[in-house]
Design a protein around this ligand. Structure first.
Ligand SMILES: Cc1ncc(Cn2c(C)c(CCOP(=O)(O)OP(=O)(O)O)sc2=O)c(N)n1
Ligand SMILES: [Mg+2]
Length: 574
């Protein structure tokens, strides 16, 4: 009878949930629809936290950010074909950022897809996902769900973390499986991200290089933040006294106002250092590929005089751009731990000429910044607005700071200091717009902490509809839209005058009303005092809030810090 049948069988829906729960995964970021709606209902009824979004890209971004924050793969569920494609951008971005996430999409039946018979939302999703992510698997039988989830978890977090795709054709969910078979089919993954211990000779080679350095520098990448080896890293930096530069999402590993922080003398230390230790930082475009003017080389393709030590989980990362004199392959916790072991109480004093020269430039630049921040121009600009955010984050160091835009990004990165690890979530290696609300929802949902999202008005537009998601779950997120009426600025001109210029938006748009539309708090801030008051109220109330900060539309530059990446516009034909 169905009674006995129920007692003895389970199904694919429940096997997916049991496999995730068995591996301590309790949160799913998703957008319902055929064939996953009932799965999401059952998961929610079964006690999983299911956060349902308005566009799959933001559900995927939330999964990626959850992965970066927790070290466990974030889970994103989408419908087939168009839903899957919407999730792909987040999956590819997670893979580029080395954030662990698993995109699980329902898909059409293999026999129909492979014969191209025109199924509902027919697409060969596995083949399309493969080149864009770290690993991709498909499960055809419910009793393989345990293996599928286990392999996806291990692939997402072991070695270099990244995005994994898991394809579940619709009928797998409904397949029934005898309970005892189901029990045996589930896998609790043992040690999904095994330590990779660096070889002693690699440690010695690095120590010898540092010992001989006159101008050593450490660069901390987001990999160093992700590693959650915070005490080991801090101890190595303080024991050696070596100046360090945190890349954007490594800010806060040590407090940005730490005496050895060299960010305020960034261009000087990159050009002048003689031995540079990269910790979870790749020598990609963000570090000018390790060559050219940034590194003190005469011509743009020339190599500087630096000798590089590179701590990376992947043995093939070394020499990707310039020679690496001391590759240190292993997980960052093990590598830094072994280095701390090898150096005992330290490496001897860093030459005072070097630390003195850095201090001089830091003081000069910080004094100049303080003067700029102290100005209170009649029309609020990035500096006077971000001075308020700077003080707010200093007073709330555990708050997560989500940040995207161009000027809104670059000025926030240099003006708003971070004091705790993994609290700054931004556009990452790709410099992608649209991560804002997905990252903010993940940070708030996974940690319960206050989130402050500093958004360019263009950047906000990519995920703005998720304001409804934020209100629906009543998340402690305060969005500050840096409203300068456009992409980069609001003053662009269309020479024909028959339409707004291509980078302009509606003047003084009322983004705050979007938040009010869904029951949140909307505020317009015309000056720093109003911005400060609204931020304080948002943090005190922990209510979803959007502050529409009106910023001087002529402030800032095209593309912010990366203006030089714009191809030179063809000279106008005279
Ligand atoms: C997905 C995507 N689309 C477009 C871009 C190009 N882009 C875009 C569209 C930016 C928005 C800049 O405008 P904003 O209003 O967000 O910031 P500011 O006005 O403060 O500079 S920054 C940037 O690199 C991108 N990086 N990512
Ligand atoms: Mg703008």
């Amino acid at each position: 009878t169905t009674e006995t049948q129920d007692r003895e069988t389970t199904d694919g829906f429940h096997l997916v949930i049991d496999a995730l729960k068995l591996n301590d995964i309790d949160t799913i970021f998703a957008l319902p629809g055929i064939p996953i709606t009932d799965f999401l209902r059952i998961a929610q009824a079964d006690g999983m936290k299911v956060i349902s979004f308005r566009h799959e890209q933001h559900a995927g971004n939330a999964a990626a950010a959850a992965g970066f924050i927790t070290g466990k793969p974030g889970i994103c569920f989408t419908v087939s074909a168009p839903g899957f494609l919407n999730g792909l951008t987040a999956l590819a971005n997670a893979t580029t950022n080395c954030f662990p996430m698993i995109l699980i999409s329902g898909s059409s039946e293999r026999e129909v897809v492979d014969l191209q018979q025109g199924d509902y939302e027919e697409m060969d999703q596995l083949a399309i996902a493969k080149p864009l992510c770290k690993a991709a698997f498909r499960v055809l039988h419910a009793e393989d769900i345990g293996v599928g989830i286990a392999r996806a978890i291990r692939a997402a977090v072991s070695g270099r973390p990244g995005g994994v795709y898991l394809d579940l054709p619709a009928k797998v969910f409904a397949q029934s499986v005898a309970k005892d078979v189901a029990e045996r089919s589930l896998i609790k993954v043992v040690d999904p991200a095994p330590k990779q211990i660096p070889a002693p000779e690699a440690i010695q080679r690095a120590v010898d290089l540092l010992k001989g350095a006159k101008k050593p520098l450490i660069i901390l990448g987001k990999g160093a933040a992700y590693a959650q080896a915070d005490a080991e890293i801090r101890s190595f930096i303080e024991k050696t006294g070596i100046p360090y530069l945190p890349m954007s999402m490594a800010k806060g590993l040590l407090p940005d106002n730490h005496p050895q922080a060299a960010s305020a003398a960034r261009s000087y230390v990159l050009a002048e250092a003689d031995v540079v230790m990269l910790v979870g930082a790749r020598l990609n475009w963000l570090l000018s590929h390790g060559k050219g003017k940034t590194w003190g080389a005469g011509d743009s393709k020339g190599w500087g005089k630096q000798q590089f030590i590179q701590i990376d989980i992947s043995p093939t990362e070394a020499d990707s751009n310039v020679a690496v004199a001391a590759p240190l392959v292993g997980d960052i916790g093990s590598a830094i731990g072994a280095l701390n072991q090898a150096i005992g109480s330290g490496l001897g004093k860093v030459p005072a000429e070097w630390t003195g020269a850095i201090a001089e430039r830091k003081d000069k630049n910080l004094t100049k910044m303080a003067e700029t921040l102290a100005k209170n121009p009649p029309v609020m600009n990035f500096h006077s607005a971000l001075n308020v955010v700077r003080e707010t984050v200093k007073a709330n160091p555990k708050a997560y700071l989500v940040n995207e835009g161009a000027n809104a990004l670059d000025f926030t990165r240099s003006i708003v200091d971070m004091y705790e690890p993994r609290r700054r979530l931004d556009v990452g290696t790709w410099g992608i717009m649209g991560i804002g609300m997905g990252f903010a929802v993940a940070a708030a949902a996974v940690t319960g902490e206050q989130v402050i999202a500093v958004e360019g008005d263009s950047a906000f537009g990519f995920s703005g509809m998720e304001v409804e998601t934020i209100c629906r779950y009543n998340l402690p997120i305060c969005i500050v839209v840096m409203n300068n009426n456009g992409i980069y600025k609001g003053t662009d001109v269309n020479p024909r005058g028959d339409a707004m210029a291509v980078t302009q938006f509606v003047k003084n748009a009322r983004y705050d009303m979007m938040m009010e539309a869904f029951g949140g708090v909307g505020v317009t801030a015309k000056n720093p005092e109003e911005l400060d008051k609204a931020l304080k109220e948002a943090i005190a109330s922990r209510k979803p809030t959007l502050i529409n900060a009106l910023i001087d539309e002529s402030a800032g530059t095209e593309s912010g810090r990366i203006t030089s990446l714009n191809p030179a516009a063809a000279k106008k034909k005279t």
